[in-house]
Design a binder for this molecule. Structure first.
Ligand code: GCU
Length: 678
């Protein structure tokens, strides 16, 4: 809510005189989303426009036909009760209607949360210098728009790069929840309505009575912002925490144990969003231990939360990480469809299968997971990762929205009909009631939230895409820049340029042609280590040898993965000639000397050139940023300069490590004589 520059202030239309907050009963406590919305409007207008408005919760002086200017904020129901009924049939849950007519502003939500979203939308317009009249209905694309936080109870965060947890420390929920409240506000401002607070690799001791009370405090802190809390479960909790001899999902004592725990949780957190479950994956316990199906496992929890309206997010990230790398027919990418396809129709209605965007694991480039097309009778959500686990840990600038868009806008060609991933996850395509988005965010106590100021554009874009995935990634980026750094044109142009170049550059200097990120996959997931992909059980293989590279995932001669796609796509990916070049080595095992259709270059020469090009682009980020000295406050300027310099250097490390590796392996010289001569 920084003050608007004078040039924009001059354009501001006449200002409303008062903020009228409807839903007065709950707002009296100061803790309802409508009360928060009114407060945000007051603080925002004061900050940006320098005008102090009063908040009225009394029967307003305003009458619906009067010309008295005001900002009315509340729910449709509260408005109708006061002023007579309003036709709001076009609004769905969490949606809002924003009407700006000169100095008369009406912000009505389908629910209180929607009213808060509408208030943020109005404030965002002001912040961007948009004072035009609007009459605008905005509905979310999907009901589930959640953040996942991989926080451990000891305060550490798995794949988090911004310091320790804001939720947990020493096995308990922290006492001071100030940061949690700020995070709730931040999430509400981008339309996020749920949060899983603990790691998918879950610790059973979250379910002790003491921690249930702590979760209650977390939920109380998130609730005014319309963010519902949920938790990840450890499947073996009945045994680990409850002392039972088993955690078999069909065992009566296990069912009773979960029913009891769930009851206690809902007693303290009546609006608990539900559970997230990672089962039988990477060493986590699950139903397969007892020869029960994954659906048996998911439904155990679904039945437990069903009486309270809760839902179960059941992760599709199930695979064997002790795979036999000598088996050329084995493929980790096949796992999700193999595990879930035959279970379609067996999950209860309040189960949502949460699917990572690609078949492996948040790589710099993956095809869309074929599971999206394979379980039409199951609710699904897409899992995206804001935390840059494979994308440089926030030490590299990588604006990820363009990558997500390659998946969300992807047409799965189910029955040869247009069937975009975004329409499948919203529930619309297969006519499912539930569906949506889970974003692994992993904020920490660092004052930047993610460890890097510019990384916050990813969180912004995530929330906005979950609300409306048809939006353009550059438009979202520019909104974020204006809202975060103001209206300077040079700032806007420069950050747009480096951000939009950042994912392609990162792909170029890490792993291209669909070979995966080529980072160290065994430990850090940071920095180059192409050798770590192969000859281990993790299944992120590249099959690189002295002459050839790439996974043969064809039906004809490989792992059969291409056959998991609907027929049009299966046929397309089966042949080298019709496979998109950026996924060539994802689907095919080729010679280094195979020539690319687009450029006529050999695969190996493309590698060499792309790595040079990517690192060269990263060098320009430093000078581009330096051109903004004096335009951005020195704290944020120096913070980013440090990171961009690191990235520039590290991109050269990447370039030389990867190029050197393939040069040593293949013995094929770089046509331009750069590689291997250091
Ligand atoms: C990746 C990540 C793990 C995480 C896992 C998951 O493998 O490296 O830290 O637990 O994904 O999503 O479950």
């Amino acid at each position: 809510y920084a003050p608007l520059p004078d040039s924009l202030l001059a354009q501001a239309s006449p200002l409303p005189a008062v903020i009228v907050a409807l839903n007065t009963t709950s707002s009296a406590t100061g803790s309802s989303p409508v009360a928060i919305a009114a407060k945000e409007l007051q603080v925002g207008i004061k900050g940006m426009l320098g005008r102090q408005l009063n908040i009225s919760t009394e029967s307003p002086i305003f009458r619906i036909n009067s010309t008295q200017s005001s900002i009315i904020v509340g729910t449709i129901a509260a408005y109708s009760a006061k002023y007579g009924s309003l036709n709001a049939s076009s609004l769905i849950k969490d949606g809002f209607w924003l009407s700006v007519k000169g100095s008369r502003v009406t912000i009505l939500g389908q629910n209180e949360r929607g009213a808060l979203y509408g208030a943020f939308d109005y404030l965002s317009r002001i912040a961007q210098g948009d004072f035009s009249d609007v009459d605008h209905v905005s509905n979310p694309s999907a009901p589930i728009r959640w953040a996942n936080e991989w926080n451990n109870l000891d305060g550490s965060i798995e794949r988090g790069y911004a310091g320790p947890s804001i939720f947990f420390s020493n096995g308990l929920i922290v006492k001071n929840l100030t940061r949690v409240s700020q995070y709730a506000r931040l999430l509400a401002s981008i339309g996020i309505n749920g949060i899983i607070v603990n790691n998918v690799n879950a610790n059973a001791s979250l379910l002790t009575d003491e921690n249930i009370q702590g979760l209650g405090r977390l939920a109380d802190t998130f609730r005014p912002y319309g963010v519902q809390v949920g938790i990840s479960l450890n499947f073996a909790s009945p045994q680990l925490l409850g002392g039972l001899a088993t955690f078999d999902p069909l065992d009566a004592s296990v069912i009773a144990w979960w029913a009891d725990k769930t009851k206690r949780l809902y007693q303290r957190v009546p609006d608990l969003a539900g559970y997230l479950v990672k089962a039988n994956s990477e060493g986590q316990p699950g139903p397969l231990t007892y020869n029960r199906t994954l659906a048996d496992g998911a439904n155990l929890f679904a039945r437990a939360v069903q009486p309270y309206g809760g839902i179960v997010m059941f992760r599709a990230f199930v695979y064997n990480h002790h795979a036999d790398w000598n088996d050329w027919k084995f493929d980790r990418a096949n796992a999700a469809v193999e595990f879930f396809k035959d279970l379609d129709g067996l999950f209860l209605d309040n189960v949502v299968v949460q699917i990572k965007y690609g078949p492996i694991d948040f790589q710099v480039r993956e095809p869309a997971s074929p599971l999206f097309a394979n379980i039409p009778k199951t609710n699904v959500a897409i899992e995206l990762q804001v935390s840059q686990e494979y994308l440089g840990h926030q030490d590299h600038l990588v604006y990820i929205a363009p990558l997500w868009k390659t998946i969300l806008d992807f047409d799965m060609r189910v029955e040869s009909k247009p069937s975009l991933v975004r329409d499948i996850v919203s529930g619309q395509y297969f006519n499912r009631k539930l569906g949506g988005y889970a974003g692994v965010v992993n904020v920490g106590t660092n004052t930047t939230w993610l460890g890097s100021h510019l990384a916050m554009s990813n969180l912004y874009a995530y929330g906005k895409l979950a609300w409306d995935p048809t939006q353009d990634s550059q438009t979202l980026l520019q909104e974020w820049i204006r809202l975060t750094l103001g209206h300077d044109q040079a700032v806007l142009q420069t950050i747009t340029k480096i951000s939009m170049e950042s994912w392609p550059a990162y792909e170029n200097y890490t792993g291209n042609l669909g070979i995966q990120t080529l980072t160290d996959i065994l430990y850090t997931h940071f920095g180059p280590n192409p050798a770590s992909q192969d000859n281990n059980g993790w299944g992120q293989w590249t099959r690189a040898d002295g002459k050839t590279i790439g996974m043969d995932r064809t039906v004809g001669n490989g792992t059969g993965f291409t056959g998991q796609y609907p027929s049009e796509l299966a046929a397309k990916y089966e042949e080298i000639e019709t496979t998109p070049e950026e996924l060539l080595l994802w689907f095919h095992h080729v010679n280094y000397t195979t020539r690319l259709r687009s450029t006529g270059k050999t695969v190996i020469q493309h590698f060499y050139d792309a790595h040079y090009a990517g690192a060269a682009t990263a060098q320009t980020f430093v000078s581009e940023w330096e051109s903004l000295r004096g335009q951005i406050d020195s704290e944020r300027f120096e913070h980013m300069l440090f990171r961009l310099k690191f990235q520039a250097g590290h991109s050269i490390v990447w370039r030389d490590a990867v190029n050197g590796f393939y040069y040593n392996l293949s013995g094929i010289p770089d046509e331009l004589g750069r590689v291997g001569n250091h």
